[in-house]
Design a protein around this ligand. Sequence first.
Ligand SMILES: Cc1ncc(COP(=O)(O)O)c(C=O)c1O
Length: 418
Amino acid sequence: MSNPKPLPFSEATVRAVAEDFPTPFYLYNEKGIRESCRSLNSAFSWSDGFRNYFAVKATPNPHIMSIVKEESLGADCSSRAELMLAEKIGLRGEQVMFTSNNTPVFEFQAAKDLGAVLNLDDITHIDFVDQNLGLPELVSFRYNPGSAREGNVIIGKPEEAKYGFTEDQLFEGYRTLKERGVRRFGLHTMVASNELDGSFFVETARMLFDLAARILQQLDVRIEFVNLGGGIGIPYRPEDKAVDLKAVGDRIHSLYDEMIVPAGLDPLRVVLENGRMITGPHGYLVTRCIHHKQIYRNYVGVDASMANLMRPGIYGAYHHITVLGKEDAPHNKVVDVVGSLCENNDKFAIGRALPEIDRGDLLVIHDAGAHGHAMGFQYNGKLRSAELLLQENGDVKQIRRAETYDDYFATLDFAEFD
Ligand SMILES: Cc1ncc(COP(=O)(O)O)c(C=O)c1O
């Protein structure tokens, strides 16, 4: 059986890397990341000032962020640490979108200091920012359409989500901004996560275009950009189909001509804040089989755990697994692939048909490049792994070292036990 999700690097490359770096480790493919940036930019090349603000939370590593910066992406930050990363790699001003929620003053301050676009999550934040820091010249609001939109399985129903303004609050909010002298305005929403149906994003554009037109008519407030959020899905399963970005871009272009131009809102910038589709397919968690166990089910134990990649454990997410060098062997052993946490959901695969796996075999877990290492944790005293980058020239560069026990214990004071 041939591997339906071929790896972008050779078996020899991965084996050589695994000689130099202990498993588990993350391996990112620079070429693929650049290609994803380019295909998104090209799908929206019709839109003047288009920008995807890379959602830093997906892969908060400055080496990855500077690759996407070279491809003209900005940064979407949700916290001070993410703003610090953006600043470190030389992003500032309107190259940075600050989309946060339940935000403390110090984080608004950090965003304002960097000149980032403030995308407010709640109507009370107008006063909060005004009283604590003063409102900047440009302010954006996050819209929560409530029951007007369905949401999707991952993000859930908008009316049950904690984010954003209601429609009435949006109108009231822009009116207040105008009264207080704000002169530039943005509008944002995010109603889908890991969505593979491109129509979803077209409908989101329709919803925001319609709102922007009504806001102009009713308030004489001219929205200068709409941010359709992130959430473009990736084909985690071999049978999944990637979103046709060009088709989505073209359909949004048609809507722009139908709705924005006649409303007198042209030029209106269309921006996005995707993370997953940029890095997700281009990051791999490489781990090694260390045990087999047979009780009521057959288990393959690996040296990575849910602390390295929690998506399967918390969302039941599918991540394809290639057993290195056994791509063409019969996939006739049904196993659960598990880590070593004292948590029964610490499983990378349940009931998966894989080839016979021997102790020492390398398993490559696909599509781990976004919300993978970033969501890692240290429960059970597990250390975070290294992150490595396969560069376009074929060299492998360590872009984050693995944690040590000194890192793990760094915040404890053992003096009184010496
Ligand atoms: C506000 C916001 N923007 C963008 C993103 C990025 O989403 P994705 O990586 O799925 O594109 C997220 C993800 O949680 C988010 O919360």
